[in-house]
Design a protein around this ligand. Sequence first.
Ligand SMILES: O=C1C=c2cc(C(=O)O)[nH]c2=CC1=O
Length: 513
Amino acid sequence: QFPRECVTPEGLRSGECCPSPSGTPGDGCGAATGRGQCVAVTADSRPHGPQYPHDGRDDRERWPLRFFNRTCQCNGNFSGYNCGRCRHGLAGPNCDQLVLVVRRNVMQLSAEEKRAFIQALDQAKRTAHPDLVVVTRRYEDVFGPDGSTMQFENITIYNYFVWSHYYSVKKTFLGAGQPSFGGVDFSHEGPGFVTWHRYHLLQLERDMQDMLRDPTFALPYWNFAIGGSTCDICSDDLLGARSSFDMSSISSNSIFSQWRVVCESIDDYDTLGTVCNSTESSPIRRNPAGNVARPMVQKLPEPQDVANCLELNAFDTPPFYSTSSESFRNTIEGYSAPQGNYDPVIRSLHNLAHLFLNGTGGQTHLSPNDPIFVLLHTFTDAIFDEWLRRHRPDLSSYPLENTPIGHNRQFNMVPFWPPVTNVEMFVSAPESLGYSYEAEWPAQAFTTTEIITMAVVAALVAVAVLFTVTTCVVRARAYSNQEARQPLLGEQYQRYSQEHEHEQRQDKTQSAV
Ligand SMILES: O=C1C=c2cc(C(=O)O)[nH]c2=CC1=O
């Protein structure tokens, strides 16, 4: 959300958030060293789709203008809320050294690498975010009851990751006593699903690199497309086994059994018009494959589902929503069948993996509280990156307008700061964002039409071969019959002609006599 130094009463009233990387007054955005300058925020004003009919009622519209209208614009390879750091994929004092971190399959990490990753997650759960604070009220209440008690809170690195997901999916408050509007989601059910979650992960990865002072730290991924009903990463050396005492709890041998969730009290937020804060409450709930009421979500996606969705050519299709058909985005998100056809009863790929977890990880406002979320989404992002590699889409493949609110190409993603648009994440990760995936992708199985076509071709070839062979055999037989008869005829002929010649010679002799 916002840098701590910007959320003072004066800062918020000025609408300007342009801190100095050196802390020197008058050096906002590192202007003195040529790093950047303070400029007006650009916020997309193209029309959004018809799903959201409450324009003017939500702080997240035309993000982040309700809070700030001036921000740092960084020059060249500099980046960050004060231009004090490098763009993703670059490092060094001048941000001119290329860096590439590799995200790997968590199951293929060594025992020591697994331990270090789990330990790093736990450290992130306990370490205050060094720069950012979160808002705990709507803008109209943000100055507090006395007009100067700012309604922002410190939050840990991991809880910020959870909070930002919650803030992007929360309902629109329409007033006390009125039901809040739930048909709004700034990070799901639209083209921004893949770009929003990509940035969400990048921010966590960057925060953890800083926390660990290890610029090579990379988030691993969970290949959830393994079919069956076993959560292979739910072991105590990874994300926690099932408790022996409670089907929906995590084993006490796992550090995650001690984690407590944030943003649980959505009914309170939605009726009181407040916003989730940094308060932790209940343990994580998880019961993989245990949803007896929905047998369809008791099994993980199949490898073939990934192969199928990677074949889809269109990034997204009208209405750019959870009802889109033949859309790569709606298919990887999991509202369409893996082949791309929209079917309201289907849950596949990403959605199916969430629902399979059957607990904290399956409820949108809470799901990142279960750290499986991180690995589930790195895999989803790996599929997105493989799709970008295979299809090489033009930026214009990402819809410019009429998508659900928050999802237009140039919309700043909520609630990130400094402002970052969806299209900035619609790029190849190894080429532009400084990370890549070590992954193998399942081969495409043949479709029914392809199988029929191949069968017909094979049958035609077989007929042709049979015909050729038969013809050859018949000819060969005929030829060999001929060969067999010819010597007889020849002999006969020879014998006949010899006899005839002999008779003729005898006749001649007799007539001479
Ligand atoms: O956290 C999430 C939970 C989800 C549940 C569904 C569903 O299809 O019902 N989708 C989800 C997305 C999430 O991000």
